[in-house]
Write a protein that binds this ligand. Structure first.
Ligand SMILES: *[C@@H]1O[C@H](CO)[C@@H](O)[C@H](O)[C@H]1NC(C)=O
Length: 256
């Protein structure tokens, strides 16, 4: 037993890249999203949870993907319906998506079942309160499996795991004013924090951070591999915490 433990430790220490300091959080989730100081996640069977004082509190309903950000708490169900938390209840939003992101400057972005890309302007997100609120989704040319926005632009990955940035994206013009810019590397998911930082996971479960991002250089300069013990499938960053979901759904709260 002790021999096995030593071998595991050596394996972890041998990892290259920047080592993360992580602490395990109780529970199991398949997806997590952190924003504006809050943390939401969904379990393997689509139960919805939020973290308060170190305890997961279950919300009503069922979602396969949840997001929290400047425009509120949004999610999508397994049949691709979209919901927003209004008065602490899930209210349906017209449209169909498989992934949604509330990290933009009060606008929403996401992709649908056939990888079409959409966003919804701030004037339609913040005040959305159910039936009667208009939801003119803006279609964005291109095909992506994951799309996430922040103050310096939006990042996405396509089915081939190629990475793209969209610049000139504003709350009142979420389409952006440039075409997609291809970025070196391959990832299966990518998340932009409310502060503009970018983190992603590749097909073999390694976590990366994009460095050198600024308002002047939204694309940044390079990727830093963040080493940890074990493989990951999902990450989300907010206010100094990188929330990491391992391939076995274990949850870690990491400092890079
Ligand atoms: C992903 O992007 C690359 C680079 O633009 C492109 O060659 C490839 O066809 C795209 N794959 C899919 C499945 O859209």
């Amino acid at each position: 037993m002790s021999v096995r433990l030593v071998i595991l430790l050596v394996h972890c220490l041998l990892g290259t890249g920047l080592a993360m300091q992580c602490k395990e959080v109780s529970g199991r989730l398949k997806q997590i999203d952190a924003g504006v100081g809050q943390v939401f996640g969904v379990s393997e069977n689509d139960e919805i949870y939020t973290l308060y004082g170190g305890t997961w509190t279950r919300l009503p309903g069922a979602l396969m993907h949840v997001t929290v950000g400047p425009s509120g708490v949004w999610g999508v169900s397994s049949n691709n319906n979209i919901y927003k938390l209004v008065g602490a209840n899930w209210v349906q939003v017209p449209g169909l998506l498989k992934q949604v992101d509330a990290g933009g400057d009060q606008f929403i972005s996401g992709v649908n079942m056939v990888d079409d890309v959409f966003c919804l302007l701030r004037e339609h997100t913040v005040g959305y309160k159910g039936v009667g609120s208009p939801t003119p989704w803006t279609g964005i040319p291109g095909k992506l499996i994951y799309y996430s926005c922040g103050p310096n632009g939006c990042w996405g990955v396509n089915k081939s795991h190629e990475i793209f940035v969209r610049k000139g994206v504003f709350p009142a013009a979420c389409l952006g004013n440039t075409d997609w810019q291809l970025v070196a590397g391959k990832l299966v998911m990518i998340e932009v924090g409310t502060d503009g930082s970018v983190y992603g996971v590749n097909a073999v479960g390694d976590v990366f951070r994009r460095d050198g991002i600024s308002a002047c250089e939204p694309v940044g300069t390079d990727w830093t591999f963040l080493s940890e013990c074990g493989k990951s499938k999902h990450v989300s960053f907010d206010l100094g915490h990188l929330w990491v979901i391992a391939v076995d759904d274990r949850i870690r709260d990491c400092v890079v």
